[in-house]
Structure formats: C-alpha cells, structure tokens
Design a protein around this ligand. Structure first.
Ligand code: MTE
Ligand code: HPA
Ligand code: MOS
Length: 794
C-alpha cells in the first residue's frame, strides 16, 4: 500500500482517492504511437513560417590560436545569403558560459578548439547556408594545442581549481594498512549520439522579442542567454520545448549556442531562422562526456576490507568550465560507489584541453568516479585470490559506524545487501561461476579459443542536484469546463517518459482517466525560472509541483462541494472521472461546470523544493543527496582470445525504483541506460588527430552498440517491496541515470575473463573503452605475466 506524504498540512481534508488505478500502471509513453508512426513533431518538423531563413556557422581549422582577421566577402556574396555576423554584431553579452564565463558565442580572438564557430550566416536554404559557411577566409596565428593530460599538466592549465573531499587521516591510515595497491586507470569520454541533433527555430515577435523552439533540457537557461546576447529583458524571450529526440545531458548547456545564433539572426532580419547542425558538425562542435584519468592508492586488510583511500581524479574538461566543477564533484561523490571507506582523501582536478568543452552526460561524472571504485574492488579481490563478489559484499555500506561517506553524509535506507542477495539467487551467480571456472580452466589447459568472464557490480547513485538551488520546480494546471485538464511543468521530455508520469500523477490526484490530461509543451511563459531536466530529478521535482497544483484546485472543488451540498470533505471521492459522496455521484465534468458558474478558479500553480538537503562545499561536508538510487547487475561475457572480440552472453539487472509510477517506462530506462553504459565502456571510442580534429565524427567511425551487441539473454527486474525512506513522489525513485552504471559489470566481466586467461595469476590494466584491441592487448599481457610468474616459480 502506498503511504502518502502530506505535502501541505493545511489541506488534509481530502478524501483518500490517491490510491489510483493510474499509479504503478504500465501505460505506454504518451507519444509512443507518434514516435512509431513518425508523426511526433520534433523541431525540424514544425511547419516553419513563410520566408524562414536557415543559419549555419563558419568553423576554425585549428584547435588553438588567435584569430587575426577574417574576410567574409565570399560568404556574403554567395548564392542565397541574407546575413553574415561575427562577434562584433552581437548587441549584448558575447559569452554564454552557463555558470562561469569561458564559452564564446562566436570567436573574438582566442580559438580554443578545432571547428569553433568564427561567424554565422543566414541564407534562404540550409544548403546555401552550409555552402556559404565554408567560404570564410580567416587569418589565424596557430599555437600548439593542449590535447592530453600530460600537456595540460605541463602548462598547468585547469578550467577550475582542484577540490578535495577529506574524511579522517588517509595518509596515516594508508601507512597503517596491512596491504596497499596502486591504480592508474584511463576512462574514455562519450558522444551523446541523440537521434535528433542540436536544433533551434527562432521566430521574431512584434514586441521586439523572440519565440525560440529549442531542443533543450534547460529552456530557462536558453531564455536567459538569448536575452543577454540580444540585450533584451527576459520577458521578451519565450522558449518552447515539446520533445527532444534524446538529450542524455548533451542538451543541458549545449543547446544554447545554436538558439542564441538563430535568435540573433531572426531579430536582426525580422524573419524566422532555423539552425540545425549536421551530424558530423554536431559531433565536432558540442561537448561530450569527460574522459578521466584516475589514480589511487588503496589500503586494505587481509579479509579485503578497505582501510584507506587516497585518490586523484583528473577530469579532462576541454576548453571551458561549462559544468565541469559540478561534474568532477559528482565523480568525487561516487568514488566510493557503494563501499564504506574509513579514511579517504579524494581530490578532483579539472584540466584544460584544446577540445570542445566537455559537458553533462548521463551520470554526470558519477560513472567515471565509480569506475575507480569497481577497479579497486576487483584488484583487491585478485590480490587476495578471492572472488570479487565476496570482497564487494563485505565492503558495502552497513550500519552504525560503517555508514558515513567521504563527504560526511550518512547512508541510510540503502537496500544493497538485499538487492545483491536476490540478484545472486536469480542470476545463479555461484552456479555459473563454477561452470565458467571449469570451462576456463579447460580452455587454458587445452588452448581453447574462448574464455568467459562473470562480474556483479552494484550501483549507488546520489539523487539531487549538488547545486542546491536547482532542487526546485514549478507547475501550472488548468481545468476546463468540460473536465479536461492541461498541465505545464518545468521539466522537459526527451524520451524518458516524464510527461507520461506527470499525466499519471495528475490523473491520480483528480481521479481522471489519462485521456483527460494533456501535458503541454514546456514553455518559459508558463512556468518561469526552471531548473534543467537533469540529475534524474525530472519526476521527483516536477511531479511534486504538478501534484501540488492539482491539489490546490482539488481543494477548492472540495470546499465548493462541502459548502453547496453540506457533505463531509472526508466522504468525497474523485475516481474514474466521477466525484461521489454518500448517495450522490456527478461526473468530474459536471463538477467543473458547476464550479465555474459558482466562480471558482480552476487554474493553479504548484511549487516544490527538495527538503533536508544541504551542502557546504568549502568544508566538503553535508547531505548533498536526498536519497540514493540503487541496483546491481551481473554480466557474463565470452571473449575470443584470438581476436579480442567478445559477446555479452547474459545480463541480469535488479534495480530499485521504489514504488514505480510506470514500470514499463522504468524498465525501458533501466534497459536503455545499461546499453548506453555498456557502449561507453566497450565500443564507443573518441579519437582526435594530432591537430585536435575529431576523427570519429560519424556513425561509421564512432560505434554505439548495435542490436547484435546487446546481451543474448537480458533479464531486467525492478526490486519488489522497496523499503522506503523519504517522501518522494508516490514513493517512486529517480531512474534516469543510475542504470547507466550497470554497464560497469560488462567491463568488470571482461577483466574477469582476462584474469582467467592468465591462469588467475595476472591482472593487467584494462582501460576504457575496452575495445577488442584493448582486450587483446590485455590478454597478451596476462599471458606474458602469467608465464613469467610460472617461470619464476619453477
Ligand atoms: N532517456 C531517454 N529516452 N532519453 C534521454 O535523453 N536522458 C537521461 C535519462 N534518460 C534521457 C533518458 C538523463 S541524462 C537524465 S538526467 C534523465 O533521463 C532526465 O530525465 P528525468 O529526470 O525525467 O529522469
Ligand atoms: N546533475 C546533472 N546536471 C546538473 C547537476 C547535477 O548534479 N548540477 C548542475 N547540473
Ligand atoms: Mo542528465 S546528464 O543529468 O542530463
């Protein structure tokens, strides 16, 4: 049974109608049919106004240098060209950095990455704009680009200062540790590969302002930046977002540049302007996941319990701060993953590179930090000759003393021991472990070609924006006189099913069928000052806000009924489109007509802010997370030791989403997140040339998982009877990002296979992505090391 959080103690008179048939129901995504039939309107599908112009950018052909001058005569004279702008034509602010400055809308003097936009052009067709954009002539004084961590360290260039989490005296604890080992791990970046690329359509308005349709996770920030760039007050700018064809963090800040350029050109020319990047340019000109180089010294006892950790996380941030402060912080917050560390110093560095500025990507640094934790646990296990699962289990956060994190938050209500026990059982971990071990031993003995690997890894992911002020949301609900309802809220739909869940929440609150609820596009003129839809918080925040708005109107309707029909508020029930009380029933539509005639307002805003969280970054202490989202996965791989190629034979995932609002959508999030995480650690490799140009700028060279790469056997389950914890919306838990990190079990299983190939004697490094090439190198290294050990022993 759901226990309901009482949000507003003043409105406790409501009847218990919230145990609705709407909640926990696997209703399809609100746009599923439109998605499948191609009828869903993305921005490029919106009928553009007559005379709509198309914009494109001219790009730098060096990664680092100074722009001395440019000659744009040929651009201006090209067929179809209507307008050409440089930084000098920007009426307002020229920097669009989201938190800190450093992101030039168009290059002024410094060029920081290959392809950086030098000018923008508007033409009558998109082809004309793209062709003209290639005709710019720039005089550039180029300098040596900083592309690697070594380069950055040499020139000591960071985009933000380093920062540490400190708990206890890790130096002393390391000295006292019975065993220590060192880790030096490289973790690659990742391209978002959203199916819909960056796109904006700006339409000038007769008030001097502009309406921008923008594929963005953060309409309010786009509104603010467009206003600042155009030197307009914010109330002249409206941003509208109905749906994205994927965002994955890549549209939290990266949509703004194209929106600002389209808006500027639109207002200058008083014509609608659309800017849609080609895939190859989208890949080259927008930020990606941060690659990390993680270094650590870890201490542990003979049972394998961690006693101390000293970790250095090096985030490669690209050329500007963007969100890197928060991203490297989140990596640091997840360096423990699910494990108790008695004494820890975790330092995060934010290194500069002459590449496009790296940005948010599902997990927001968390996955990169967690990779260190999981290698740590594997390496400890191997050094002790124990099964990694056992070492993981004894290090899990527990009761009493063993429950404080390196940032001094107390871990409570984390169900990981149970999740792991259930998963071990359902996946038959130990049975398969035994079978795999004998298969591998036979293969090693007889020179068999295929080696198998198995790994179980947990995920504990902190839920809340670590920038406290972002943990708030607003909503606006209108009820019409036919009983139908429109809901707007601050969240954006990117395929994750947020609109569906919001509709279910409002439907549950008002006892209405889903068809009576329409969630309308996210607009800055409906709900102001919104946070990005990020940090997996969309439903947690906007769901509560929408519920509060619906609750306010419902209260008014109840008050009306109480007064008009002398009925006890407790006896009124809203259910299945009807409103009833003893011996009476009217339809919801009838009630809304009566209420309208009685002059009752049926429109209300709702607001929510997350309680209980606080964080003092100076002290690196507090409770940054309202709660944790947890789960675990088991992956089995089969490696071809001749080629390093491999298949993922079976994956079992058990994930805790609390009381699921929509299990179909949540399962989809778990599956999709896992596959995306697996892709990050296996096939997806970003390669830059010496000149700083992105080489992997298309689907042919950048390999996201294909159908054939998905697990042969894929068992995904949501935890039943999740124990709860905090007053989240209908006791559900955030699901968007956490499952991404289940992909780590595939990487860990590959290491397990490599360990087996070396006769359980060698544990070579396997950097990510673990492409077949890297797996083959590691296999060879395992064999060589093993042979050395054997020779040494004989
Ligand atoms: N699922 C789909 N289909 N498409 C996306 O772009 N983005 C992910 C996740 N799931 C994404 C997705 C990311 S990075 C986040 S933060 C959350 O969804 C955001 O939405 P939510 O907060 O409503 O879960
Ligand atoms: N997660 C995702 N996006 C964010 C965050 C976060 O913690 N902080 C600012 N933007
Ligand atoms: Mo998600 S990376 O927080 O947009």
């Amino acid at each position: 049974m759901r226990k309901l959080p009482e949000l507003n103690p003043k409105t406790v008179t409501l009847a218990p109608t919230e145990k609705s048939h709407m909640l926990g129901k696997a209703t399809p995504h609100e746009s599923a049919k439109l998605h499948l039939t191609g009828k869903a309107l993305y921005i490029d599908d919106i009928a553009a106004p007559q005379g709509c112009l198309h914009a494109y950018v001219g790009m730098a052909n060096v990664a680092s240098g100074l722009l001395k001058s440019q000659d744009l005569t040929n651009v201006a004279n090209a067929l179809g060209v209507v307008d050409v702008i440089t930084v000098k034509d920007i009426p307002g602010q020229t920097d669009i950095g989201p938190v800190f400055s450093g992101d030039a809308l168009l290059v002024d003097e410094r060029i920081d990455y290959f392809g950086q936009p030098l000018f923008a052009v508007a033409a009558t067709t998109r082809d004309a704009a793209r062709k003209a954009a290639r005709l710019g002539q720039a005089e550039i004084e180029s300098t040596n680009p900083i592309l690697t961590l070594a380069d950055a360290k040499l020139s000591n260039k960071q985009v933000r200062p380093s920062h540490s989490l400190i708990k206890g005296d890790s130096k002393e604890a390391l000295k006292q540790s019975i065993n220590t080992l060192n880790i030096d791990q490289k973790v690659g970046g990742q391209e978002h590969f959203y199916l819909e690329g960056q796109v904006s359509l700006a339409i000038p308005q007769d008030n001097g302002g502009v309406l921008v349709h923008c594929s963005s996770q953060h309409p309010s920030e786009v509104q603010k930046l467009v206003a600042q760039v155009l030197n307009l007050p914010m109330h002249k700018v409206v941003v509208d977002m109905r749906r994205m064809g994927g965002g994955f963090g890549g549209k939290e800040t990266q949509a703004a540049q194209w929106a600002c350029l389209a808006a500027l050109l639109a207002v200058r020319n008083q014509k609608a302007v659309k800017l849609r990047l080609a895939r190859s340019d989208d890949m080259a000109l927008t930020g990606k996941r941060h690659p990390f180089v993680n270094q650590a010294q870890v201490g542990f006892d003979n049972a394998g319990r961690i006693t101390a950790l000293d970790a250095q996380l090096n985030g490669l941030c690209g050329c500007s701060p963007d969100l890197s402060d928060a991203i490297v912080d989140r990596a640091m917050f997840h360096t423990d993953n699910a494990y108790y560390i008695p004494a820890a110093t975790i330092t995060g560095h934010r290194w500069f590179q002459n590449t496009v500025s790296n940005t948010a990507f599902r997990g927001f640094g968390g996955p990169q930090g967690m990779m260190l934790a999981e290698q740590m646990l594997d390496d400890i296990a191997r050094s002790l000759g124990k099964d990694p699962l056992l070492i993981r289990q004894i290090n899990l956060y527990g009761e009493d003393e063993r429950n404080t994190t390196p940032y001094h938050q107390t871990v409570t209500d984390v169900d990981l021991p149970r999740i792991i026990d259930e998963l071990v059982e359902s996946s038959d971990y130990w049975g398969r472990r035994e079978a795999i071990r004998s298969h591998n031993q036979a293969a090693v003995k007889t020179g068999g070609r295929y080696i198998k690997g198995l790994a179980l890894t947990p995920v504990k992911f902190g839920i809340s924006f670590t920038a406290m002020f972002l943990n708030q949301a607003g909503a606006l609900v209108h009820i019409y006189t036919d009983g139908t309802v429109q809901v707007s809220h601050g969240g954006t739909e990117m395929g994750q099913g947020l609109y569906t869940k919001i509709a279910q929440i409002v439907a549950a609150q008002l006892g209405l069928p889903l068809a009576h609820i329409e969630v309308t596009s996210t607009r800055t003129d409906k709900v102001p000052n919104t946070s990005p839809t990020a940090a997996s918080s969309g439903t947690d925040l906007n769901g509560q806000a929408a519920r509060n708005a619906a609750l306010t109107i419902k209260q008014r309707l109840v008050d009306y009924l109480v007064e008009t029909y002398q009925v006890d508020a407790q006896d009124i029930e809203f259910s299945q489109g009807n409103v009833s009380w003893p011996k009476h029933q009217i339809s919801f539509a009838q009630l809304t007509q009566e209420a309208y005639l009685a002059r009752i307002s049926m429109s209300a805003t709702g607001y929510y802010r997350t309680p209980k969280i606080h964080y003092d970054r100076e002290q690196a202490k507090g409770r940054p997370f309202f709660y944790y989202s947890c789960g675990a996965s088991v992956s089995e791989v089969e490696v071809d030791t001749y080629t390093g190629t491999y298949t993922v034979s079976q994956v079992d995932i058990l994930h805790d989403v609390g009381e699921s609002i929509n299990p179909a959508i949540d399962l989809g999030q778990v599956e999709g997140g896992f596959i995306q995480g697996m892709g990050w650690l296996t096939t997806e490799e970003l390669v830059w040339g010496q000149d700083g140009r992105l080489q992997t700028n298309a689907g042919a060279s950048y390999k996201i998982p294909a159908v054939g790469d998905t697990p042969k056997q894929f068992n995904v389950a949501l935890l039943q009877n999740s124990k709860n914890h905090e007053a989240t919306i209908y006791h559900s838990k955030a699901v968007g990002e956490p499952p991404f990190m289940h992909g780590i079990s595939v990487w860990s299983a590959l290491r397990d296979a490599i360990w087996a190939f070396g006769g359980e004697k060698a544990n070579p490094q396997l950097d990510a992505p673990a492409t077949p090439e890297r797996v083959l190198w590691a296999l060879q290294e395992a064999k060589e090391q093993a042979e050395k050990t054997t020779r040494g022993a004989s």
